[in-house]
Design a protein around this ligand. Structure first.
Ligand SMILES: Nc1ncnc2c1ncn2[C@@H]1O[C@H](COP(=O)(O)OP(=O)(O)O)[C@@H](O)[C@H]1O
Ligand SMILES: CC(=O)N[C@@H](CCC(=O)OP(=O)(O)O)C(=O)O
Length: 258
């Protein structure tokens, strides 16, 4: 079976993706790799909620999602952002198909903590066989992180968490978090390799905070499973250096072990 790479594109960088990003996708696809994209859109959701005068708050990095907030989240993620990204990929010569976690029962969830978070979902199942089939075609599935529960209720899922769950379900070889920074920075310097132990220390000392927390949490969960490494890279810069090394933070089980 072909190698699968799951790429999470953060809302922070969607409007600034470099030519090198699209070039890397083309190269991976032409090498026969299956690509699945999961995207975010936090800043766009925030903007629309503000425009509509709907209050929203974050609890431990997750957006508290009332019914009213959920409507906006779905509209922005599964509507605006998903179609913008699909359209952009197509403009760059890639074949893409937009979906949300609702389509083809892709992402089933259970409520994470109704009392404090409302309709925020924790992934319980991914329709991996359908997704694998789709990714094995010439198309790149582009997924908005909206899930459903057994009653058909829709949920908002953090995009990093959704990407981690999709990567684990597909037994992907690589999980890439594409964001607006070159990787994990510590005192202004890029951390090229990080182990779980180092990450826990960096969270503890406050070096890793905010939007980086769900990324490293998803990374730690994924490498506890089948993934060998998770990489955090900037979408504004080329992924690869002149010698073909990926430029970013590699998160792996143990130092030096891939
Ligand atoms: N140690 C760290 N190194 C780099 N960025 C960090 C770190 N800790 C927190 N961050 C923040 O995480 C942000 C990326 O997360 P986020 O804004 O949620 O982006 P995305 O939309 O790509 O998921 C960075 O812009 C930065 O502000
Ligand atoms: C539950 C939760 O917090 N969901 C996120 C989903 C979007 C997201 O994760 O977007 P980024 O990757 O751009 O941050 C939200 O509502 O903002």
């Amino acid at each position: 079976m072909a190698d699968t790479v799951v790429i999470k594109c953060g809302g922070s960088v969607l409007s600034e993706l470099s030519e090198a990003f699209f070039h890397s996708l083309k190269e991976m696809k032409s090498r026969g790799m299956n690509i699945v994209i999961v995207h975010g859109g936090g800043p766009e959701i925030g903007q629309m909620l503000k425009q509509l005068n709907i209050k929203s708050e974050f609890v431990n990095g997750l957006r508290k999602t009332t019914n009213e907030v959920l409507e906006v989240v779905e509209m922005i993620l599964a509507g605006k952002v998903n179609k913008q990204l699909v359209s952009l990929l197509q403009k760059k010569g890639l074949k893409a198909i937009g979906l949300s976690g609702i389509d083809a029962n892709l992402i089933e969830v259970k409520p994470m903590d109704v009392e404090h978070l409302g309709y925020v979902g924790e992934v319980t199942h991914v329709n991996h066989s359908f997704l694998q089939q789709l990714a094995a075609s010439e198309y790149i599935p582009v997924i908005a992180p909206i899930g459903f529960d057994q009653t058909g209720q829709k949920y908002n899922i953090n995009a990093d968490t959704a990407a981690g769950a999709v990567a684990m379900a597909l037994e992907a070889k690589h999980l890439l978090f594409v964001t607006d920074v070159p990787g994990i920075l510590r005192n202004g310097t890029l951390v090229e390799h990080a182990t779980v132990e180092m990450i826990l220390e960096m969270i503890d000392e406050g070096t890793i905070y905010g939007g980086m927390i769900p990324k490293v949490k998803a990374a730690m969960e994924s490498i506890a499973g089948s993934l060998r490494e998770v990489i955090i890279v900037s979408g504004k810069l080329p992924f690869f250096s002149a010698n073909g090394e990926i430029c970013g933070t590699k998160i792996m089980k143990e130092a030096g072990v891939y």
